[in-house]
Design a binder for this molecule. Sequence first.
Ligand code: HEM
Length: 105
Amino acid sequence: MATEETGSFASGPNNNKVDDIRQFSMKEVALHSDHHSCWLVIKDFVYDVTSFVSEHPGGWEMIMERAGTDATNPFEGKGHSDDALKLLAGFKIGQLIRSERLEKG
Ligand code: HEM
C-alpha cells in the first residue's frame, strides 16, 4: 500500500501534523482555474499543477476541466498509480480551511 511516501496525501492521522501549511478556501482555489494558474483540491489538500498540465499522460483537458475545483473523485476514479501519487505530492501548496474539509480531522 502506498502509505508512508504519500501519507500526507491520504486522509489520516498525519493530517494533524500539517496544520501549519497554508490554508485556502474553495473560493480562493476557484480563482486558479486556467493555464496561467491551475490548482486542484484532492482529499482536502491543495495542489498547484500549473506546470504539470501539459505533461499529464491523461491529457491536459482532463485536468483543465477540473481546474479550480475539488478533483478528488475524477483523480481517484481513474485509479492513478503510486508514481502519480508521488508526483502529486510534489505539487502540494496547502490545505483546505478546516470548515471546508471533508475530513475534519
Ligand atoms: C483532474 C483530475 C485528473 C483526471 C480526471 C486524470 C485522468 C487521467 C487519465 C484518464 C489517465 C490515463 C491516461 C492513459 O492511460 O491514456 C491519467 C494518467 C496519469 N495521470 Fe492523471 N488525471 C487527473 C489528474 C492528475 C494529476 C493531478 C496528476 C499528478 C500530478 C496525474 C498524474 C497522472 C499520471 C502520472 C498518469 C500516468 C498513469 C499513472 O501513473 O497512473 N493526473 N490521468
